[in-house]
Each structure stands twice: as C-alpha cells, then as structure tokens.
Design a binder for this molecule. Structure first.
Ligand code: G3P
Ligand code: CA
Length: 263
C-alpha cells in the first residue's frame, strides 16, 4: 500500500481491496487484510457494524452465519460472543484450492484491531453498514478515528474514506468532520437524462459514487467527471473488466482479486 494518498488524483485508477484480499483469504479477517497490504492495494475496504455492546466490528453480512461457524445477528451479539467464532474455516471448506491452515481460527476483527495492526501504513475505505440498525455507528466511528489520530490534518487527504448506501449516515459523519471524503454507494444508479441531477445532489456532500459496473455506461462516467465526482466500481474481479473501465475513465475498482486484475 502506498502511503501517499491518491484518492483525488483523477488520473489514478485505485485498487480497493474489497473485504481484504478476499479471493485468497477469508473476507474481513486480519489474514485477508494482511494479504491485501502485501499485494499493495491502494485501500483496505472495511465494512463496519456495531456489536450489541457498542464495539465496531468488521463484517459484511448482518448475520455471522455465512462467514463463521456460529449463527446470529451481529448487532444482537456481544463482542465476547462474536470473538468466540471461527471466521476462517468456512473459507477452507468452500475454497479448498485457496485453503490454508493459518485461516483456521481467524477471528472477526474489531476496527480498532485493524487500525492497531496497520496504523497509518494503509489507507482505509470504511463502510457504515446498515446504519438504520446500528444507531450511533457514526458517532462511534468518528470517535475511534479521532482517538487514533486518523483525522489529523497532517495526513494526506483520503487516508480514510467513508462510504455508505445511506445518505443520512454520510451526512451524520459530515456533522462530525468537515473534510473527511465521503462516497455515496448507489445500488440503483440513476442513468440517462436524470443522471446529472442525481449526481449534483450527491456532489453536495460526497466526493464520489460507488456503484455496480454492470449498471452504468460510459456516459455515466463522463457526466460524473464533468461534475468532478469520482466513480469507484464494484465488484471487478477480472483484468479484462478492470482494463475496460480504466480506459473509459472510472477512478477505481473494488476488487476481491487484487493480483487477478493485473495489479
Ligand atoms: O462497498 C462497496 C461494495 O462493497 C458495496 O457492496 O454489499 O459488498 O458491501 P457490499
Ligand atoms: Ca462494502
């Protein structure tokens, strides 16, 4: 991971490690993040949720069922309950070609543990996940980033990016910090004649949009560029698709497969 921040460099095509190096290691574990750093991704993408006892943990699904040996809803479990789970063995069983002994017994990391490990040596692309079910998640996140000096003015712009599907969540982050870059995730991006209007709304609070590459076209990127908005596309796992969107002018991709996209 390069320490200089490249977020707002419009000529740079960012490689964002989606859930870590999640093709080769169990997603959202320290193993997956370490590998993403080794592979020199520009950002570590971290989905964040809050445990019942108010701790920010890194996990995509709202339940632990798919990616651990347990079951239950993350926001209804305490940190000790979450920490008892094995978040790596499922991967070895599901992807025997990628299996490694060290993945057995991987834990769901807290955001603090991730920051303790990597500090300022990486860039973080943090998603507030389901903020409507995690009341106060932005408050906790802001406090944690501040305590860890990750919002310092001396850091390059974009050391930490906050992304969310929730406009409300992004706007709440903005009330705490006036400069942190925000990226609006769009599940159903508005294309065609209404695209510009939608992008103008987004550009009032965010520096960019994260969306599905399958749902947009060249024109979408062009319009975003005219408005000075970044577009980061998910989830791009092949070199061919990465090259195509790079040539069109997208500003980066979320990928599970850092080495596979030609990085
Ligand atoms: O955050 C970008 C992309 O990861 C959004 O989708 O569901 O994988 O978090 P999801
Ligand atoms: Ca995400």
């Amino acid at each position: 991971i390069k320490n200089e921040t490249t977020l707002m460099n419009l000529n740079k095509f960012l490689i964002i490690a989606h859930r870590g190096a999640s093709v080769q290691a169990p997603e959202h574990t320290m193993a997956a993040y370490r590998l993403a750093k080794e592979q020199e991704a520009d950002y570590l993408e971290v989905d964040v949720q809050m445990s019942k006892d108010g701790v920010l943990v890194s996990l995509h699904d709202l339940t632990v069922d798919r990616t651990t040996d347990g079951s239950g809803i993350v926001s209804e479990m305490t940190l000790p309950e979450i920490k008892r789970l094995d978040a790596g063995s499922w991967f070895n069983q599901k992807f025997p070609d990628m299996a490694k002994e060290e993945y057995v017994g991987q834990k769901i990391p807290t955001l603090q543990e991730i920051i303790d490990e990597f500090g300022e040596t990486v860039n973080y692309y943090i998603e507030t996940k389901k903020p409507e079910q995690n009341e106060g998640i932005e408050d906790e996140l802001f406090e944690l980033l501040e305590q860890n000096n990750l919002l310092d003015e001396r850091l390059p712009e974009g050391k930490v990016v906050i992304q969310s599907f929730s406009e409300e969540s992004l706007k709440r982050m903005r009330t705490f910090d006036s400069t942190i870059p925000l990226v609006k995730l769009e599940r159903d991006p508005v294309t065609g004649p209404d695209a510009r209007k939608r992008m103008q709304e987004i550009s009032e609070y965010a520096v960019g949009i994260g969306t599905y590459f399958e749902k947009i076209d060249e024109e979408y990127i062009k319009t975003a560029k005219e408005l000075g908005l970044l577009v980061h596309l998910y989830t791009v796992n092949s070199a061919e698709i990465a090259e195509k969107w790079k040539a069109i002018g997208a500003h980066g991709i979320f990928t599970d497969n850092i080495t596979g996209v030609g990085h």
